[in-house]
Ligand binder design. Sequence first.
Ligand code: DQA
Length: 142
Amino acid sequence: MRVLVLNGPNLGRLGRRQPEIYGTTTHAELAERCVAWGTELGLEVEVRQTNHEGVMVDWLNEAADERTPVVLNAAAWTHYSYAVLDACAQLEAPLVEVHISDPRQRPEEFRHHSVVTAYAVEVVAGHGVDGYRMALEVLARG
Ligand code: DQA
């Protein structure tokens, strides 16, 4: 089964971005691990990252058209993007929401709400980059 792992804004700087919150694993390393975890789980994983909301909407629309399961870290869009919400609402295969930190435990009020959660079969948050493995496991279990 093919799976798209889609990462939103600022996640391209993982490893250098606020490592005290997001850790020291780079996005390239995360992508490699996701592909390897996918192979272990019998999944064909493709990892993408964008800082551009329209590109993310296009990828989610592609996943809807192709009925591809998605692991989504919408990053800051999680908290306010109705375009991402509308795109998630159209998905036909399961969607797992993932966050490296646990936004609900963070001090900024704006992080406490997610527009993605209503469309997700599961939310994995606060487990660092290992959360992506947990999210892939959810999809592999079906
Ligand atoms: C994040 C949490 C969001 O609040 C934040 O805007 C991010 C990353 C996470 O993975 O912990 O960019 O989604």
